[in-house]
Design a protein around this ligand. Structure first.
Ligand code: G6P
Length: 366
């Protein structure tokens, strides 16, 4: 079927707005009426799986980095994450008990497919998380998990990213359940919270005007830094990627704790620093990094919840307030303001948002 912009100025805007709907579709697919996780086909038996190797490119790679925290913290399974172009030529040993998981929106990215083929016959299981169910990566996997984001046209991935995160979190929860690492109560709490996420994301989208206003000022800058810790570190990386892809503003992300090992040298009053920090167990650590930025005259845009913004607002330049959610789910919600500020900054600069220069939606040649 032909997909049109449905009244939106860009496909990217439409795809950002579609997230509550498509996340709901993915949740309906993976959660049964009782809220139990149901994987397609024969599912996955995690009993023989001791290790996971996650491989992808671009935005899908950041989804993998996020999933590392989930699989390690919730299921206690050690995870290695790599970009496909490095993985495929390093000839990494694939030991017994390793499941290899490939994440790809298109299912056709050349490097990711080559990495999958390298693992075939070596890994215990070949799994994939894909948007295009008939793709090469899906076909060549033992089990392909669809993300159900629907056709994504904007080159900068948005709804596919939040759906990838959702499916990866569900998979980590299923692994945690099978490995006896999560209690029934906590599992139910998290799946219930996931069920509520589409509505929470709708609220965040309804508040998008503030992100738009801030973006008018971001559009005047030449460099932006993104900081995050724990689950927010991969989100910071994704935020920086979105920003550079479509606004052409130089954007870089660091783990907050790495600030003092280099990037702090770049801080002055001209460089906005986007700090992604829900009020979770790591919040105070991130705030102390933020204070190091403020002490050097840096301009902080804090993305947090009400409690976080109240606790840390002294001296900050701008804030974007998000609804409070369980910290485990926060990456899926925090993807939204990252998308919005990149989008509105690009629109303010007048770039070709859906078809940014030099980039392709799917990189099927090396
Ligand atoms: C290209 C796209 C990105 C995407 C990456 C991986 O670089 O511009 O948006 O994240 O490829 O694509 P895949 O289809 O494998 O997820």
């Amino acid at each position: 079927a032909r997909v049109d912009k449905a009244g939106y100025k860009h496909f990217m805007a439409k795809e950002i707005a579609e997230q509550p709907q498509v996340l709901g579709d993915a949740l309906n697919f993976y959660l049964d009426a009782e809220g139990k996780i149901a994987l397609p086909g024969a599912g996955i038996d995690f009993a023989g799986i001791e290790r996971l190797t996650l491989v992808a490119c671009g935005t899908a790679y950041y989804a993998c980095l996020t999933a590392k925290y989930w699989f390690e913290q919730l299921a206690r399974i050690p995870v290695e994450v790599d970009v496909a172009s490095e993985f495929r030529y390093r000839e990494p040993p694939i030991t017994q008990g390793t499941a290899a998981l490939f994440v790809s929106q298109s299912g056709e990215t050349a490097d990711t497919l080559a990495a999958l083929r390298y693992c075939a016959g070596k890994a215990e299981r070949i799994l994939s998380v894909v948007n295009v169910a008939e793709s090469s990566i899906a076909r060549e996997s033992d089990l392909a998990l669809p993300i159900l984001a629907g056709t994504e046209i904007g080159v900068a991935s948005t709804k596919a990213f939040s759906c990838q995160l959702t499916v990866l979190l569900l998979l980590a929860l299923e692994a945690a359940r099978q490995k006896g690492q999560i209690g029934a109560e906590r599992l139910a709490e998290l799946t219930t919270a996931l069920r509520g996420l589409p509505a929470v994301i709708s609220r965040a989208l309804d508040d998008g005007a503030h992100a738009e206003a801030i973006s008018q000022q971001l559009a005047e800058t030449t460099d932006v830094l993104f900081l995050g810790r724990g689950l927010m570190y991969p989100l910071a990386l994704e935020g920086a990627l979105k920003m550079k892809e479509i606004s052409y503003i130089h954007a870089e992300a660091y783990a907050s704790g790495e600030l003092k090992h280099g990037p702090i040298a770049l801080i002055d009053k001209h460089v906005p620093v986007v700090v992604m920090a829900p009020r979770d167990g790591l919040f105070d650590k991130t705030v102390s990094n933020m204070q190091e930025v403020l002490a050097r005259g840096g301009k902080v845009l804090l993305i947090s919840d009400k409690a976080g913004i109240e606790a840390a607002q002294d001296g900050i330049w701008q804030s974007i307030e998000l609804p409070q959610v369980d910290p485990v789910l926060a990456p899926i919600l925090y993807a939204v303001p990252a998308q919005l500020i990149a989008y509105h900054t690009a629109v303010a600069k007048g770039t070709d948002v859906d078809q940014p220069r030099n980039l392709a939606k799917s990189v099927t040649v090396e």
